[in-house]
Write a protein of this length. Structure first.
Length: 271
């Protein structure tokens, strides 16, 4: 009698980034102009899909973009892998002006490479370099397929990425950021390591969190692998996923992309 074949091992999943300091995320990015970004994204959606009413946000974080876009009349559904982020997003949504309206954002926990919601949207967005967190071709293709599966026939997919020509021209460097509120002071050291043959930058974060009441300090560490992209590969990946690249411009600026454009926004439409 032959022995039963062993079951193949499932591919281990990497832990979600931001897992250690998700609760400090909004303080760390308190200086981020979410309102301007929401207005910018809404403008792109209105330009490329004027009748759009619903948006799937892939990698919705703490839900601030979703709440702001809901205030502009879009039905929002965010997908986020981090349980900590989802909890914060739901709390933020409850305190938003849309909390008691039909436009209150919805959130689902899940991996943007695999989740299926059994509903379609007019637009899909992935903001704050969510696509750059997809470091392999398989990851990017899976994320693009998720967007494609959730879009209506005239839908648009809008996302921003780190742009290769600028990354290789300017080169990422060590950065320190410090933010403080009434209770907490947070200092983050970001040390990048460039892997040019993989088109990836490992950003090694060391975060010091000081409780201003007790004066105790906690230290957290995370590594975020970030992929930078070039326009021809985005166009190729888009074609394989059933999209056509309609437009590319500097994130927020709208300027022509080049060696000085670190963040680039792409607009894809279903072919």
């Amino acid at each position: 009698m032959s022995k039963p074949k062993p079951k193949p091992k499932s591919k281990p999943q990497s832990p979600p980034v931001f897992s250690s300091y998700a609760r400090y995320y909004d303080l760390l990015y308190r200086d981020k102009d979410y309102a301007a970004e929401a207005e910018y994204v809404a403008g792109l959606i209105r330009k490329f899909h004027p009748s759009a009413q619903s948006i799937l946000e892939m990698g919705s974080g703490t839900g601030i973009h979703a709440s702001l876009l809901a205030e502009k009349g879009f039905a929002m559904h965010g997908v986020e892998r981090s349980e900590e982020m989802i909890n914060i997003a739901r709390a933020n949504a409850l305190s938003s002006p849309q909390s008691q309206s039909e436009y209150q954002p919805l959130f689902s926990q899940g991996d943007i490479r695999a989740i299926r919601l059994s509903k379609r949207f007019d637009a899909a967005i992935a903001l704050f370099h969510v696509i750059s967190y997809q470091t392999t071709n398989e990851d990017v293709q899976a994320a693009f397929e998720t967007a494609r599966q959730h879009l209506s026939p005239s839908g648009v997919f809008i996302f921003d990425v780190w742009y290769g020509p600028a990354v290789l021209t300017e080169r990422p460097d060590v950065r320190i950021k410090r933010m403080v509120d009434d209770q907490t002071e947070i200092t983050r050291l970001a040390e990048p390591v460039l892997h040019p043959n993989e088109n990836i930058v490992d950003v090694n974060y060391q975060v010091f969190v000081r409780d201003l009441t007790s004066q105790t300090v906690a230290e957290l560490k995370e590594t975020h692998a970030m992929r930078y992209f070039f326009k021809p590969e985005i166009e190729l990946l888009a074609t394989h996923a059933g999209f056509q690249c309609q437009h590319a411009e500097g994130w927020l600026s709208g300027k022509e992309i080049g060696c000085d454009t670190w963040g680039v926004c792409f607009v894809l439409k279903i072919t």
